[in-house]
Design a binder for this molecule. Structure first.
Ligand SMILES: [Zn+2]
Length: 364
């Protein structure tokens, strides 16, 4: 039989290290020194480059074995290293000497699946999670926010956020966060009259258009200000669910030990949560996302939506096609891992005599 000498994960890791040097492994992938680091034109973070030795499922498809770097200037060196790695791994395939085609020897982990029973079980632990309950635990009062005062809670002075009312576009506005006092009405032009509603790119960007220089050479590069090239901070992850009952999804979200910065409706049936990640690079973001994805997907999170460069609904804006407002339910710019359900109520809800959580922005 040809299977007498299978390539184990540790064999594959050793082969990779013979090409790129030491790797900080996490399963079949790990951060390493970029083989083209000398050509980087911007500072190099230790998480910028990673080696992959088995096909890895990502939100954008399958990441083949290879060497991937956040920087673009080192692409030739990374391509060479990727080729060497695939070739070396291929040569170890029994029966396929010298094959350049990758055939996985290690069965990939099963794809995470939505588990309705599990979600219902968790949701049942906590009843009555609604807008009032969330508002009572929200560090910033949700009901008097504007699109701009919402964003102001999430970004730092000088940071820029792209705002869209055409999903497929490069954005209709570039909002810049300024130090207080700020103009809470800055994006009020988006609050009404937008047929499909309004989105923002969750990661702040530099506002410039850049060659997307995608890792996949088959994709024609194009100029974009909503690609990973222009992101200035890998701060957030968006969670949304199309499958879960919204009440159950909300009940599960508030029990998760995740630093949730904001929760809002899509103006449709979906509820989005903005989770603070603070990754050091896109590779680091992908790394962290891969770890949290299985349990989140099991509870109903849309796997495809867990991607590093993601548009999400901008609260306090109308979605005309649904005759609904994209409604802010919860806002906390400095969250920690404490599940929201363990936070003490700080206000009594939407219309009660709420305590002054924080009234910055000053616009109604
Ligand atoms: Zn590089």
């Amino acid at each position: 039989m040809l299977t007498q000498n299978p390539l184990t994960l540790s064999d594959a890791q050793r082969i990779a290290e013979s090409i790129v040097g030491p790797v900080r492994w996490d399963g079949a992938q790990g951060h390493c020194q970029c083989p083209g680091e000398a050509s980087h034109t911007t500072p190099t973070a230790p998480t910028d480059c990673k080696a992959v030795v088995e096909p890895i499922a990502t939100a954008g498809g399958t990441l083949a074995p290879g060497v991937y770097c956040f920087h673009g200037s080192c692409r030739a060196a990374c391509d060479d290293a990727s080729h060497a790695l695939r070739s070396a791994l291929g040569k170890r395939q029994p029966g396929q000497p010298g094959s350049r085609t990758w055939h996985p020897r290690v069965t990939p982990a099963p794809k995470p699946q939505f588990n309705l029973a599990k979600l219902e079980h968790i949701a049942r632990k906590l009843d009555g999670i609604d807008a009032g309950w969330l508002a009572a635990r929200s560090a910033k009062t949700p009901w008097n926010r504007t699109p701009a005062s919402f964003l102001h809670e999430l970004y730092r002075p000088g940071e820029r956020v792209v705002v869209f009312d055409v999903f497929e576009s490069q954005g209709q506005a570039l909002w810049t966060c300024t130090a207080p006092p700020f103009d809470a009405r800055a994006l009020d032009g988006f609050r009404t009259g937008k047929a499909r509603g309004v989105w923002y790119l969750a990661q702040p960007v530099n506002g410039e258009f850049a060659d997307t220089g995608t890792f996949n050479k088959d994709v024609t590069p194009h100029l974009s200000r909503r690609s990973f090239r222009t992101v200035t901070s890998w701060r957030y992850m968006v969670l949304e669910s199309d499958k879960a009952n919204p009440d159950h999804w909300l009940a599960a979200l508030v029990q998760m030990p995740l630093p949730i910065s904001a929760i809002y409706t899509s103006g449709g049936k979906s509820i989005h949560a903005l989770v603070r990640v603070d990754a050091g690079s896109k590779a680091d973001w992908d790394f962290q996302a891969a770890k949290v994805k299985p349990p989140l997907v099991m509870l109903g999170a849309d796997e495809k939506a867990i991607s590093a460069v993601r548009l999400t609904r901008l609260p306090c804006c109308e979605r005309v096609e649904k005759a609904q407002i994209q409604t802010l339910l919860y806002l906390n710019g400095t969250p920690d891992d404490t599940p929201i359900c363990e936070l003490p109520p700080i206000a009594s809800g939407w219309h009660g005599d709420w305590q002054p959580a924080d009234q910055d922005g000053g616009a109604l």
